[in-house]
Design a protein around this ligand. Sequence first.
Ligand code: SAM
Length: 426
Amino acid sequence: MEEALNELKAPFEGSISEDTDYCKNVPDPIHKLYTGNNLPILKYLLGEISGEVKVIYIDPPYNTGSILNYHDRFSVSYKKNSPLKRAEDFDEWLSKPSADHSPWMSFMFPRLALARKLLRPDGVIFISIDDRELPRLRLLMDWIMGEKNHIGTVVWRKKVVRGRGNRHIIPQTEYIVCYAKDISILPPFQEPLTDDMIGAYTKKDEMGAYKEIPLAKSGTAHSPRPNLVYPIIAPDGTTIHCPTHQWRWSEKTFRERQQEILFRKTKKGVWRILTKQYLETADGLRYRTPTSLYDKVTTTDGTKELQAISGNGNFDFPKPSRLIRDLISWATTGSPQPDRPEIILDFFAGTAPTAQAVIDLNREDHRRRICYLVQDRIEDPRHTDKILELAKIRIQKARESPSDGSMEDQAIFPQGFRLFHYLPPA
Ligand SMILES: C[S@@+](CC[C@H](N)C(=O)[O-])C[C@H]1O[C@@H](n2cnc3c(N)ncnc32)[C@H](O)[C@@H]1O
C-alpha cells in the first residue's frame, strides 16, 4: 500500500497531445477520449476538471489472478501458495491484505483516490465488480469515500441460468457499488415509471391523470410515527381509525389536501379512505426510486449490442450500454443547468459503452451531459480485436445512428469526441 500512496503523491509526468485529425469534420465536439494509462491521465484531469465530475462509472479489470497489466511503476511480488511455517509468517500475513488481492488493491487505490478528487460535491461513483473483489472494493471505498457515503450496492442479474452446473452455486449476478462524494447533499436518485405503472393512472380530473391509493400505510411499522396515527371523521359523522399501523399523511397534510381525499364505503359498510396520486407533479412526471436489484439487461445484450455495432467485434462481456445509461439517469435527472453541464467520466472505458450511454441519454432528454473516457493503448492478449478500435467504432455509430431514426438532433448537437494521447516522459 505504501507504493500505492507514493503513486498517488507523485506529480503528473509526461504530456498529453491531441490527435486533431480524429474529429476535424465534427462541429462542436464536446466529449473527450484519452488513450493511455489512466493513472497519469487522472492526474492530468485534476488540472482540468477537479471537483467538477457529476458521475463516474467504472468497470475495472477484475482480479482474475492471471495477467493483469497494471504497468504502474511498482510491482508487488509474493510467493503463491508459500507455506506459513512460522508464527511470525502468520502475523505478517495477517497484517497485509491477502497476497492475491494486494496488487489489485494497490492498483485501484490511487485511481479511486484521484476519482474522489474529480467528483463534484454532489457527485456519485458507480463501480462494477464481481463477488470476488466486492469485499476488498467496499473496504477501499469505505476508506477513501467514507462509510457514510455508501449509497448502496446494486445486484445486477447479468445472466439467467437454471439447472445443474458443475459448481456449488452458479454465478449469475454481479454488483455495482455506489458511493456519493457527500451523501448529505446528494439529491435522491430517480427512475422513470414503467409503461405498466403509467397505465395504472386511469382516472382523470381537472388536475390531470391520477390513480387512487389507500391513505392507510401498508407494510409493517419499522419506526412508528405517532403523528401519523389519528382518528378521521367520515362524511356520516362516524369515526374512522387507521386500519394499519399508521396513515401515510400527517393530520396537517390531511386537512390541507382535502380535495385529494376520497371516502368510499365497502359492501360491508366499512369506510375506506383513498387519496388521488397524480401522474404529474409540480416537478414534472412522477418518478420512482431505483431498487437494489437490476435485471433489465444481461451480458448477452451487451455482447449483441457490440456485435451489431462492430460486426462481430470480439470482446469478453462488454457491459450493455442500457445498464450504464440507467445508472447515469438515476443521478442526473435534476433540472438542466446549461452553465454547469454534467460531466460523466469512465476511466476504464473498454469498448466505450459509457459513450453510447451518454450519447443516447442526451438525445433522449435533450441535455448536454459531457463524456470523458480513458482507455489504455496496451492490448490485452485475450482479445483479438483492438479495444480502442472497438471503442472508436462504437462512438461513431452511436453518434451517427440516433435510436429514434431522426437526424435532426445530430445536426443540433453532433456529440463529437476529441481524441488525446498520453505520452509518458522520455
Ligand atoms: C473490464 S474492462 C472494461 C470494459 C468496458 N466496461 C466495456 O464494456 O467494454 C477494463 C478495461 O480497462 C482497461 N485498462 C486496464 N488497465 C488500465 C489502465 N491502467 N489505464 C487505462 N485503461 C486500463 C483495459 O484495457 C480494459 O479494456
